[in-house]
Design a protein around this ligand. Sequence first.
Ligand code: OFO
Length: 165
Amino acid sequence: MIDSTIEKALNDQIEMEALSSHFYLAMASWSENQGLNGTAAFLYRHSDEERLHMLKLVRFVNERGGRAVIPALDAPQSEFSDLPAIFSTLLDHETKVTASINDVVDLCLKRKDYTTHNFMQWYVAEQIEEEALARNILDKLALIGQDKGGLYLFDRDLEQLQPEA
Ligand code: OFO
């Protein structure tokens, strides 16, 4: 049976992952409306991946004898000034997700829950990839600046880019 403080921390993490999915869905929809179809495709995939991150936690909590709670979510930001604004919002959010995962890991050690600690290592590794990817995209956007041809190629490349699963 799962410790109730760990159960609570995992339910908070379920909400974080649900929020990520929700945020990236709104960003994808904005991009699609701007005609940035490659960026939209990337962000739709990213949103789907975040839903899977949430689901993995839901299943784990229930399998351990806890009770996963599906959270209510506020409407995400739906207006953005440009692509750098989107990806810096995304990076800020991922930094918060990383901090929250680290808190869960820390709690697992304090409560001697090595099973959940082991399970959370997948999320720890995932966050390294997610933050690196967002930084890499922001670097590319900074290089492109106002160059419309560069933006066209960036959008086309993002169509193929896979967010980490
Ligand atoms: Fe779930 O990795 Fe981003 O938030």
